[in-house]
Structures are given as structure tokens and as C-alpha cells.
Design a protein around this ligand. Structure first.
Ligand code: DGT
Ligand code: CA
Ligand code: CA
Ligand code: ZN
Length: 579
């Protein structure tokens, strides 16, 4: 089966990403010239509207962000499916060493020093070295950073360091699904397991394919370029491990059994157990093949999940709710939470005005219009953030927004907003007078992650008291699988949110998903307004708002608590309201 244009593009981006990571190790610097060259090449390719594979070295070089040597590497990979430089780097840095880059606070320099001076080649080695207090004598480390590392390692172990963050697992799964969907005879391909339930990390990715013949599906799976090794190659199940260390289980089922298989392999286990008890109470058995009569084995339902739920006297239960947290009981009472639909706007969006934004204002606005939004707040970083800007740049942007608004008319309201940085003691950027001139201010934490709970809580509450702050962005500032969240008293934050009428963001960026599902569950019955956002740094990332919606649905938050679902007038009045 020939690779499609999309596959080629994704493979190429993967290769560039791996090259970037390995080069940080080779050079001991995340900011080296070559690291940045690969990063900017990846962005150029992502943004290129045509077929990259058709471009010559010279044509590649003409794209902004691609230099001569990177252009040659790209061509080499497209022509041969291989890259000599990558092979060389892989030989130099085995996967267990690359995995050390995931240890917060170590960085490529630290990894290299630990390897050369202490022979640390893996997380286990590092754990041993820390336990034996071997780091404190090392230049650039010391007792303090050794203690910090011990802390980080303990946290990684507690989070299940073998688990893959959803920001890696979901794109991987979507890519596998797209690839296997092209196999002739595959009538359905989808992912199940914890990923379909939208868990923040997954132990492995479970993919289900409905097909009469399994062999072509399994052939296509093991041939994918993301695959590092094959663990099991069977008739109904194949398991592989990707280069980044994620296990993927692919199961082929007969098309008429698809529903039963999807239900079973989506889980959770606890949800399945409850359903099976319910089936037994009705004289049925339920397994991955069918819901059937206990006595006769006669099949009652198996083609769709909905048919199985219906035969058990239940409405369809959305996968994100299947955690045995009362959803079956709620379904029985007809009291499942309402779905979140009709998202009418976004309130956390960056443009090239932010140092880390990658789409021009005009492109972001056009993309928002294409989604049918009625309100859009442009919220670039204020000067207190690393990638933020000063007043002049924002005033210039304000004029551009006003001009765009004239073109848009009533179709969509553009708000000139800003993402303020919350200082260690709660101070915000600029001065009150300047902040008041924005249509919409959100405030969020971007540094000082290690403050004790009272100070973290106090600094955020202090920001909430500011009359210009409409919303607190990514409350915990965590990066799933990377940085832990800051320590805050969530109940005190809810109290302040109710008192000051400040909303809490539900950030849909997969590395963040912040506020988390846990905080959403705790806040479900408080009078707190939640706002779904994409935190897009590129026009295509506006789509991430759907992840925010899934996270809110996981927690069973009612749409009435979610500002984006309000009608346009109410939403706009809320966004502009001044205290
Ligand atoms: P993970 O991979 O650890 O993030 O979590 P899951 O939920 O994806 O678990 P996994 O991959 O072991 O299995 C996928 C689904 O298959 C699981 O959610 C429920 C179902 N399943 C697996 N083993 C059992 C079992 O022993 N009993 C029942 N009832 N269901 C099972
Ligand atoms: Ca799984
Ligand atoms: Ca599995
Ligand atoms: Zn932001």
C-alpha cells in the first residue's frame, strides 16, 4: 500500500523532531543554531500548503526557515526513506539516554555530564546515582539539586513514568487510524481504551479494526515508520512499540462484533464489570464478542455499542464518562450530563505578536470565522512573560483589530485581549490604566512554580481581585508528563472565583488540559464559570477547543456553567463586563 501525502508529511515531521531532540544532546544545548534550524524547518513544512515531497533542494531552500543543509537532509529522507545523520545520532544516543531528557530540570547538558562522569545511561541508573548521593560532588549539581532530582524522580514514578501523555498518544492514534483505514477490507478503524476515555496519560494505545481478514491490517501496522519493534504478531492481536516507547495493541474483529469489541476494549474495567453484572441480572452474558442469552447463547446485540446499552435498558453512555463514577446509575435515571455543543467563541488565542505565536492575526481571525464563531478574543502575551511584548506592539495590534472588525461587521465580535502574567506576589503587567483599555484580560502563571501552597494561592487570588481580570488561565501551569502543577488550594480559588466573578479557563492544549478533570469535578457544583479555550499558537490549533470540551464532559460539567455555549449576546456581554 502506497504511503499517502499525509503519511509522508507526518513521517518527515517525526524525523525532524527526533533529529531536533538528538541534536540537543549532541550539542548539549536546546538553543543551538542547528536545533533551531530543524525546528524552523519543521514549522515551514507544516505551514507549506503544497506537496513538500515534490520540491527540489533548491525549492526547499526557498521556503522561509529552511537552510541549505536541512534542505539536503529533507531531500535525502524523501528520496531514500533514510537519513544518515539520524542513524549516526541514534547509535550515539540510545533511547534510554534520550528518555533522560524528560526529567524536569536536567536538560541536555546535565544528561551529558551524568553520562560521562557517572555512566548514567537510563532512568534506573539515575535513580541509583541519586540514591547513592553521587551527584552532590559533581560540578554543576550539588546537594540541593540532588534533592530536587530525587523529588522529581519520585513524582515521575508516582505518575507512572511508563505511561504516555495524551499529547503524544492522541496524534499517534489518529495517525495509525488514518493509516489502517486505507487497508482494503477494513470497514472501521478506531481507538479504544483509556485514550477514548480521554485519560491524561495512557498505559498503551488500543486500536480496533473491523475486517474479515486480519493479515493485511497487521502487515500495514508493523510496516509503519513509527514502529520500533514488534512484540506480538498474531491473527487477532498485534502489539508493537513505537520509537518513543509507546505500546500499541491492534485487534482485528469481525465486523458484526464491532460494538461488543469497542465496548469491551474502551473500558474502563470497572465500567465493564458493572455492565456485566447488569447483564447477568437480566439472564445475559456480556463479553468482547456479544451480549448473549445465558442459557441458549443466542446473540442479543453486538454490532453497535448503542444496541448493547439499549438491550441492557440504558441510553448510550459517552466514552469519556465510563469510569464507574456513577454514570451507569445516572444513565438509568435518565440523568446523564448534557453534552457540550455549539461552542460560540474562543478566549485564549495567540498570534505572531507573541514570540511563540506562529500565525498572523488575519489568518487566526479567518480560521475563527470559518468555525462559525461569534466572539474571538485575541490574547497575546504581556511583557511579563518570556515571549511577551510591550505596549507599542499591543497598541499597533489594537488598530489592526479595529480595522478587521470593520470588515467583519456583525458576523463576529473581535475582542482585543491580553494574557497577563501573574507575578510571584500577584502583580500584573503594565498598570491598571493600561490594562483597562483591553476588551478582555486573562491572567496566568508562567513562572515561580515552586512556591508553597499559601503563596501560590495568595498570588492567584490577588490577581483575581484585579478589576480587569476576567479569567484565570491554566490554573495549575502543569505540563502533563513534564512539569507538575503548582500547589494551590483549589477550594480557596473557587471561593475567590465566586466572590469576584472571575472565570476559570479549561485549556484545551493537550500538554496542559488545565484546569484538570479533577478540578472540574470538584467545581461542578460551585457557582463558577468555566471557559473552554484552545490557547492556539497557530490558526490550525483553534480546533483544540474540542479537547477542552471533552475534558469538561468527562467531569460532567453542565453546559450552563460553560460560557462558550451561551448565546452570542450573553457571551459578549459577559466577556466585556467590567467590575
Ligand atoms: P491503560 O492502557 O492502562 O491506560 O488503561 P486501559 O483502560 O486502556 O486498559 P488496557 O489497555 O489494559 O485495556 C483496555 C480495555 O480492555 C480496558 O479499559 C477494559 C478492557 N479490559 C482489559 N482487561 C480486562 C479485564 O480483565 N476485564 C475486563 N472486564 N475488561 C478488561
Ligand atoms: Ca490501553
Ligand atoms: Ca491494551
Ligand atoms: Zn496563552
Amino acid at each position: 500500500m502506497a504511503d499517502t501525502k499525509q503519511d509522508v508529511l507526518r513521517d518527515l515531521l517525526d524525523v525532524l523532531e527526533e533529529l531536533t531532540r538528538l541534536t540537543t544532546l549532541e550539542e548539549g544545548d536546546v538553543q543551538s543554531f542547528r536545533v533551531r534550524a530543524y525546528e524552523s524547518a519543521a514549522r515551514a513544512i507544516e505551514g507549506y500548503p503544497g506537496d513538500v515531497a515534490k520540491l527540489s533542494v533548491t525549492e526547499l531552500q526557498k521556503l522561509e526557515g529552511i537552510g541549505k543543509s536541512t534542505a539536503a537532509k529533507i531531500r535525502e529522507y524523501l528520496d531514500t526513506g533514510k537519513l544518515a545523520k539520524l542513524g549516526e545520532l541514534r547509535a550515539k544516543f540510545p533511547a534510554s539516554v534520550v528518555a533522560l531528557l524528560n526529567v524536569q530540570g536536567l536538560g541536555p547538558k546535565g544528561v551529558l555530564r551524568l553520562r560521562s562522569e557517572l555512566g548514567v545511561q537510563s532512568l534506573d541508573d539515575l535513580r541509583r546515582a541519586v540514591a547513592e548521593q553521587k551527584l552532590r560532588g559533581l560540578k554543576g549539581f550539588g546537594a540541593k539539586s540532588e534533592e530536587k532530582l530525587a523529588h522529581t524522580l519520585a513524582r515521575m514514578a508516582a505518575q507512572g513514568e511508563g505511561r504516555t501523555p495524551i499529547s503524544v498518544a492522541l496524534p499517534l492514534a489518529e495517525r495509525i487510524v488514518a493509516h489502517l483505514s486505507e487497508v482494503p477490507g477494513a470497514s472501521f478503524v478506531g481507538y479504544c481504551g483509556s485514550l477514548r476515555r480521554f485519560c491524561e496519560t495512557v498505559g498503551d494505545v488500543d486500536v480496533i479494526v473491523a475486517a474479515t481478514y486480519a493479515a493485511p491490517v497487521m502487515d500495514a501496522m508493523v510496516a509503519m515508520s513509527v514502529v520500533d519493534r514488534v512484540l506480538v504478531r498474531g491473527d487477532t492481536k498485534t502489539s508493537v512499540v513505537t520509537r518513543r516507547g509507546t505500546q500499541v495493541d491492534v485487534r482485528v474483529v469481525q465486523p458484526e462484533q464491532l460494538g461488543a469489541a469497542m465496548l469491551y476494549f474502551t473500558g474502563s474495567k470497572a465500567h465493564n464489570v458493572k455492565l456485566r453484572q447488569r447483564a447477568l441480572a437480566r439472564g445475559f452474558t456480556l463479553n468482547e464478542y456479544a451480549l448473549a442469552e445465558l442459557e441458549t447463547g443466542r446473540v442479543i446485540a453486538r454490532e453497535t455499542e448503542g444496541a448493547i446499552y439499549a438491550a441492557l435498558g440504558l441510553p448510550f453512555i459517552p466514552p469519556v464518562l465510563r469510569e464507574d463514577m456513577g454514570e451507569i446509575e445516572a444513565a438509568e435515571r435518565g440523568a446523564l450530563p448534557r453534552q457540550i455543543s455549539d461552542i460560540r467563541g474562543d478566549f485564549h488565542v495567540h498570534t505572531t505578536v507573541s514570540g511563540d505565536g506562529r500565525s498572523d492575526l488575519g489568518d487566526v481571525v479567518a480560521a475563527a470565522r470559518a468555525r462559525g464563531y461569534r466572539v474571538l478574543a485575541i490574547t497575546d502575551h504581556a511583557e511579563g512573560t518570556l515571549s511577551g511584548v510591550g505596549r507599542d506592539a499591543l497598541l499597533e495590534q489594537r488598530a489592526r483589530i479595529a480595522a478587521l472588525q470593520r470588515e467583519l461587521g456583525d458576523a463576529m465580535a473581535l475582542l482585543h485581549g491580553v494574557e497577563l502574567n501573574i507575578g510571584a506576589d500577584g502583580a500584573l503587567d503594565y498598570d491598571l490604566e493600561f490594562r483597562r483599555q483591553f476588551d478582555f484580560c486573562l491572567a496566568s502563571v508562567h513562572d515561580h512554580f515552586d512556591l508553597p501552597r499559601e503563596r501560590q494561592t495568595a498570588r492567584i487570588v490577588q490577581a483575581m481581585r484585579d478589576p480587569t481580570v476576567r479569567m484565570i488561565g491554566h490554573l495549575s501551569a502543569r505540563m502533563i508528563g513534564g512539569r507538575p502543577g503548582i500547589d494551590v488550594d483549589v477550594d480557596a480559588i473557587f471561593d475567590a472565583a465566586e466572590e469576584h466573578g472571575v472565570a476559570l479557563e479549561v485549556n484545551g492544549g493537550l500538554p496542559r488540559l488545565d484546569v484538570s478533570v479533577d478540578v472540574l469535578r470538584r467545581g461542578r457544583d460551585r457557582k463558577v464559570t468555566f471557559v473552554l479555550t484552545s490557547d492556539a499558537h497557530h490558526a490550525t490549533e483553534l480546533d483544540r477547543v474540542r479537547f477542552a470540551a471533552l475534558n469538561a464532559e468527562r467531569a460532567g460539567v453542565d453546559p450552563e456553567r460553560v460560557a462558550n455555549t451561551w448565546d452570542a449576546d450573553r457571551l459578549l456581554a459577559w466577556a466585556r463586563a467590567r467590575r
